[in-house]
Design a protein around this ligand. Structure first.
Ligand SMILES: [Zn+2]
Length: 482
């Protein structure tokens, strides 16, 4: 077997077993490793750096929209969970408890936070007294724990990293505006930065966050046709304000409850970008979050090696100086072919090759990971050629994912049609829905697909409910989901 073939067999083809492919790729590319604690993973440097780039850009966007970061405790007193009934019902099964510390039983059990509405609600009640104290716009970067029964690295783990924004407002309309602003912040970030097209919309009541009045989400399609909820934004109304006594004196000197919101994205985004863009050769990383954007590989016979490496080093300094995340692989014990495969598998967006003939001609070769396209560019223009190509790679990845989604989205009129379709095909199904929970439940039971959201902007509106045939209140996207 040739080296080339052997390499590829180490990754299960997507078409054979997508889950196997996913695990093979993230392990081989050293993004993560399993930890000794059930359901928890270790983020290895390349996996963690993707998160750092996500974090940097989102943090910048949060601050641009007036938010500030704070940090709240990991432990939440049990009594806090009793205050909001739906919230406790939603989260109780997943909570790990600390019952003992310092060799003594605790007077009150402490939950390890699954999310911080309760803790933050408690603190806001101490800080908010007058309409002059509002709005409060706070975000927290943190780890949270939800004791999941079935786990999948990055997409569903017992402990994960995320950000949770929590805001309090004077009026409903202001809080609703905030809820939508942050959903839109997520949409534009995920599309502009991760090259993942998403569907923005409202969750159906059964899929709402525990304790929310309204939940909105962005939904993305993975390459096996399943959905991932990539971000959520919740309008919480007065529910948490009533439960935690977040009151203020309004402009007429009347006591009012604040209107609150919360919103979050997590390390699920890493799983999503892998499943949206990866292929049978491995990862395909969006340039804006790739730990290495350009890998430089010197080629040619030993006698020209030193001269080539010297030139590669000069070009490396130019790129690095221009802010490109670039690395050189000049190891002499690995063949160029091996290196090409290795960095393709790791999803590096651009490979730069430089050999003796290129030196003579003042050029180098750029190869795109996503399309395989080769470009010969002048060394003198390298910085601008690289930044242009990174931009183009991003757009190409986005368009590719978008047309994949279009090819795998189907509209149906009836549940029977949907069942027949899902036996043959993968992907998203759009259908009319009357608004009844019973019809939604029936779809889930008979197809395994859940309602993802009610898109703000559906491609077509359906007239009748796919289940009962009554007039459709909404057009819903259904899909099997991670
Ligand atoms: Zn119905």
């Amino acid at each position: 077997m040739s080296k080339e073939k052997q390499f590829v067999t180490e990754i299960t083809p997507q078409g054979e077993d997508f889950s196997r492919w996913y695990i093979d790729v993230i392990k081989k590319a050293e993004l993560m490793d399993y930890s000794p604690v059930r359901g928890c993973i270790v983020f290895r440097p390349d996996g963690y750096e993707i998160w750092e780039h996500i974090k940097e850009e989102l943090d910048r966007r949060f601050k641009e929209t007036g938010h500030r970061n704070a940090y709240f405790p990991l432990f939440i007193p049990e009594s806090f969970f009793q205050k909001e009934k739906e919230h406790v019902e939603g989260f109780n099964p997943e909570l790990p408890w600390v019952t003992e510390a310092g060799g003594e039983l605790l007077e009150e059990r402490l939950a390890i936070r699954p999310t911080s509405e309760t803790m933050i609600g408690h603190m806001y009640s101490k800080w908010i007294h007058s309409y002059r104290d509002l709005p409060v716009l706070i975000n927290q970067w943190a780890n949270v724990v939800r004791w999941e029964k079935r786990t999948l690295p990055f997409l569903r783990t017992s402990e994960f990293l995320w950000q949770e924004g929590h805001t309090a407002h004077e009026t409903e309309s202001e809080a609703r505006e905030e809820t939508m602003r942050m959903l839109e912040t997520y949409r534009s970030f995920v599309e502009d930065y991760l090259a993942i097209p998403v569907i923005s919309g409202e969750k159906t009541p059964s899929e709402r966050f525990a304790g929310a009045v309204d939940t909105y989400s962005i939904e993305a399609m993975m390459k096996d046709g399943r959905a991932v909820q990539a971000g959520t934004s919740h309008y919480l109304g007065n529910k948490f304000a009533v439960a935690f006594d977040i009151k203020f004196l309004d402009r007429d000197n009347q006591q009012q409850f604040a209107h609150t919101t919360s919103w979050g994205v997590s390390t699920r985004l890493i799983g999503s970008l892998i499943m949206v863009h990866g292929d049978d050769r491995g990862l395909v990383l969006p340039p804006k979050v790739a730990p290495t954007q350009v890998i430089m590989i010197p080629i040619g016979p030993p006698k020209t090696r030193d001269a080539v490496i010297a030139r590669v080093d000069e070009l490396y300094c130019q790129l690095k100086g221009a802010g490109v995340r670039v690395r050189v692989d000049d190891r002499s014990d690995m063949s160029p072919g091996w290196k090409f495969n290795e960095y393709e598998m790791r999803g590096v967006p651009i490979r730069l090759e430089l050999g003796p003939r290129d030196m003579d001609n003042g050029v180098c070769v750029l190869v795109s990971r996503v399309s395989g396209e080769k470009r010969i560019v002048a060394q003198a223009d390298l910085v601008s050629e690289i930044s242009r190509m990174l931009e183009e790679v991003h757009h190409e990845m986005y368009e590719k994912a978008k047309s994949f989604r279009a090819d795998n989205t189907h509209a149906v009129d009836t549940l029977d049609e949907m069942k027949a379709l899902l036996e043959q095909k993968r992907g998203f199904v759009t259908a009319g829905w009357c608004g009844s929970a019973a019809c939604e439940k029936q779809v889930k039971e008979e197809t395994g697909a859940t309602s993802r959201n009610i898109p703000f902007d559906p491609a077509e509106r359906k007239a009748n409910c796919l289940c009962c045939g009554e007039k459709a209140e909404h057009t819903v996207v259904f899909a099997r989901a991670y």
